[in-house]
Design a protein around this ligand. Structure first.
Ligand code: ADP
Ligand code: XUL
Length: 562
């Protein structure tokens, strides 16, 4: 067996990430080096579901966005099939995973016996297709529950009270409001549900062949968990739907064991029968683990389907903006996070409209336009935005006189359109200015000591350059942009070690003093500008950021979701 911090020779740790557009896997060996990775893209590998970006948009219900639950099951089978040509599953000693946060799955009454006696001679798909009380899983992109959000907030004494209790005010995508909508609009489905899983605990349930607990970190994305006690809050449960606690099961820390892998996977894929399944958690929390984010001055920016900004903190200080979740790799600390819906898909739209559907052209436009974009400020909401709560729409302004930093005369005028290169710069600068403004307002480090960028768009050096200029700090990346599945593999190792030691062990024990030799080390990609002209530029960005926050506030007052 392993001594403290060491993992058994020849062992593998498998991490999944069930995200919006794909299911990914990363495999680490006992030296924490990546030995394999694989992906199933929902649209292209499972075209029969006819999803776009992994989701369905309901034309009859504005903001209702969901995914077919069973697609995630089929994706898991396909990914395991692909992966078995690359690794020997019998060497895997622990598996974990991450899921897109907030999305939920509704197990039909009587499904547990089905789940716990899967026949290895048959596909998962054929056996689980009738196990759900609804085939549609609401996901994080959904914004159709504003009414339920207000109902829940009012029932507990207001938005701030709910934030203090659960770590966040009510958000449309959070699972509690989603459950309440199902209870209110389709009570028969609610009634017919014996267990509600998150995407994370759903996938863990399949792997252990029994209902897995919701982990405390992803559980904090439901508006149902007491953030200080890490137990379900009776007050909010009552405000959400009757009889809910029984449908949720227990909570568990993210580093605890969900169970041993089910016989189905032992017989069909030759997993070892002692292989542990460590609780799955959310994708952002798993990224936090994968980026080895453990310094309060560091900030992570994830540019995936959603854009998120997150960091760690010792104390929970929830407010009306942003989210507080338990740190997934520590028993006491917290992670703080901001989330944007208009991330990569909205950038892709602008790229397709203005830059010949090519990231190279997009980047050449970014490079040929000057920083600050001549004061052109854009707000691009292809989907109803989360932060700020604004509806679909593009808004463009030109800010004048901001070159004189001391001027009180900084005014903006609204315009219809920008030329294509300016549009490209405006969507990038706009998002980074918004992140900086909101991060400061939420009490995140200002300026950060460094930013670690991750997610699909973090491979884009031109975007990273803008981040460094706007935040005024160095930008780092890790070896691979899919830090969520990497983090899940690392969490699998962490959970395995905690289990072997019989008590909690800090995750840093796995890599301390050795990080650069593993696949987890980060590298500097854009240094902070140290010249006088860089400092001048930063001051101007600060001014533009304030202006942007002011325009945004007015937009929210005028057209925001109440
Ligand atoms: P998910 O949230 O599904 O895990 P990913 O982190 O895999 O998403 O990111 C996928 C996104 O990355 C795609 O939608 C794509 O727009 C974006 N992307 C990929 N390459 C680039 C690039 N060079 N520049 C900007 N964005 C990119
Ligand atoms: C976080 C959020 C998104 C999803 C995307 O609150 O809604 O980042 O986790 O997968």
């Amino acid at each position: 067996m392993a001594g403290r911090g060491s993992l058994p020779e020849g062992s593998l740790f498998l991490g999944f990430d069930s995200s919006t557009q794909s299911l990914k896997a990363t495999v680490l060996n006992n030296e924490l080096t990546i030995v394999a990775s694989e992906i199933v893209n929902f649209d292209s590998d499972l075209p029969h579901y006819k999803t776009e970006g992994g989701v369905y948009r309901d034309p009859a219900d504005d903001g209702h966005i969901y995914s077919p639950t069973i697609m995630w099951v089929e994706a898991l089978e396909l990914l395991l099939e692909k992966l078995k040509t690359k690794i020997n599953f019998s060497e895997v000693v622990a598996v974990s995973g991450s899921g897109q946060q907030h999305g939920s799955v509704y197990w039909k009454k009587g499904s547990h016996p089905l789940l716990s006696s899967l026949d290895p001679g048959k596909s998962l798909l054929s056996q689980l297709k009738d196990a759900f009380s609804t085939m549609d899983s609401p996901i994080w992109m959904d914004s159709s529950t504003t009414k339920q959000c207000r109902e829940i907030e009012n029932a507990v004494g207001g938005a701030l009270e709910l934030a203090k209790l659960t770590g966040s005010r009510a958000y449309e995508r959070f699972t509690g409001p989603q459950i309440r909508k199902i209870y209110e609009t389709t009570p028969d489905i609610y009634e017919d549900t014996e267990r509600i899983s998150l995407v994370s605990s759903f996938m863990a349930s399949i792997l252990v062949g029994s209902y897995a607990s919701i982990d405390e970190t992803d559980g904090a994305g439901m508006n149902l968990m007491d953030i200080n006690q890490r137990t379900w809050s009776k007050t909010v449960l009552e405000a959400t739907a009757p009889g809910l606690e029984g449908k949720l099961g227990n909570l568990a820390p993210a580093y605890s064991v969900a169970g041993r892998v089910a016989p189905y996977f032992v017989q069909r894929f030759q997993f070892d029968k002692n292989c542990l399944v460590i609780q799955w958690s959310g994708d952002n929390p798993s990224s936090l683990a994968g980026l080895t984010l453990n310094t309060p001055g560091d900030l992570a920016i994830s540019l995936g389907t959603s854009d998120t900004v997150f960091g760690i903190t010792a104390e929970a200080k929830p407010s009306l903006e942003g989210h507080v979740f338990p740190n997934p790799v520590e028993p006491d600390g917290y992670m703080v996070m901001l989330c944007y819906k208009n991330g990569s898909l909205t950038r892709e739209d602008v790229r397709n409209q203005c830059a010949e559907k090519s990231w190279d052209v997009f980047n050449s436009y970014l490079e040929k336009t000057p920083p600050l974009n001549g004061g052109k400020l854009g707000f691009y909401y292809k989907d109803h935005e989360i932060l700020p709560p604004l509806p679909v729409g593009f808004h463009r302004y030109i800010v004048e006189n901001f070159n004189d930093v001391s001027s009180d005369n900084v005014v903006e005028r609204e315009v219809e359109e920008f030329d294509p290169p300016s549009e490209v710069r405006a969507i990038i600068e706009g998002q980074m200015l918004s992140m900086r403004g909101h991060a400061e307002r939420f009490g995140m480090p200002n300026p950060p000591k460094r930013i670690i960028a991750t997610g699909g768009a973090s491979t884009n050096g031109s975007i990273l350059k803008s981040i460094a200029q706007i935040f005024g700090c160095p930008v780092f990346t890790v070896q691979r942009p899919d830090s969520a599945s990497l983090g899940a593999a690392l969490r699998a190792a962490h959970g395995w070690l905690c289990n072997a030691e019989g008590s909690f062990v800090p995750i840093s024990c796995l890599y301390e003093g050795n990080l650069e030799k593993t696949s987890l080390g980060s590298k500097l990609v854009v240094p902070a500008g140290e010249k006088e002209e860089d400092r001048e530029l930063l001051k101007k960005y600060t001014l533009l950021m304030r202006k942007r926050m002011e325009i945004e506030r007015r937009l929210v007052e005028k057209i925001g979701r109440a």
